[in-house]
Design a protein around this ligand. Structure first.
Ligand SMILES: Cc1ncc(C[n+]2csc(CCOP(=O)(O)OP(=O)(O)O)c2C)c(N)n1
Length: 196
């Protein structure tokens, strides 16, 4: 299974959700499908996409938040899973694309490549109740739709090949992306208030 095909599959579902991605390959692959103002590509801060997602989810309970993470990033901030489990935001789906690699910086093996470190088990042990493991795009699509319907904190560990985009280059700097993302949230919150 390839991450790019997983992203393509869920792309229509991401239209009205706050999406936070890690940097590098994952960000580029989502961007290549077509940028939307509700997408925030967290550059540089490896490991913290889920922390940003948690902050968004707890402060914006009427929004759905999707974090698109990587194994290397999660391994750099393992405490995030315990924090997510502690606060259990119902509106957060945390997808971990586990390619066993630090792909975006040269493709070095991560600790999951050896099969010793098991991110599903870590998520469960951290206290996350809904953890899915996907090895095919069908599994992945089903797990994602189930997470949307469930409306409970959900973690999906998707085993993907260590493959990335064929080019890098996003015409969107971090600052501009953050500013526009915030504006999208503000306008939507205002519009929801006006119709309430
Ligand atoms: C604290 C920190 N260390 C190292 C880096 C460099 N870096 C950027 S992306 C990346 C690999 C990310 O791996 P993973 O989350 O598994 O995603 P993948 O690139 O495999 O899609 C690394 C090491 C960084 N940005 N921040």
């Amino acid at each position: 299974m390839e991450r790019a095909e997983c992203l393509q599959m869920i792309y229509p579902e991401l239209e009205d959700k706050l999406v936070v991605t890690i940097m590098g390959a994952c960000a580029q692959e989502l961007y290549n499908l077509g940028h939307r103002e509700n997408f925030f590509y967290l550059q540089h801060a490896m490991g913290l996409a889920s922390s940003i997602g948690l902050g968004l989810a707890t402060h914006l309970p009427n929004e759905r938040v999707v974090v698109l993470d990587g194994d290397g990033s999660v391994l750099m901030n393992l405490g995030t899973l315990a924090t997510l489990a502690r606060y259990r935001p119902k509106n957060l789906i945390h997808v971990i694309f586990d390619n066993g690699s630090l792909l975006s910086t040269g493709g070095f093996d991560s600790q999951t490549a050896s099969g010793v470190t098991d991110l599903d088990a870590i998520a469960r042990g951290a206290g996350v109740q809904h953890v899915a493991h996907a090895v095919t795009t069908l599994d992945f699509g089903e797990a994602f739709l189930a997470a949307i319907e469930r409306q409970e904190l959900s973690v999906i560990v998707a085993k993907v090949a260590a493959l990335g985009p064929d080019h890098y280059g996003m015409d969107l700097q971090l600052g501009e992306n953050a500013f526009r993302f915030r504006r999208w949230i503000r306008e939507r919150t205002r519009a929801a208030g006006a119709t309430a």
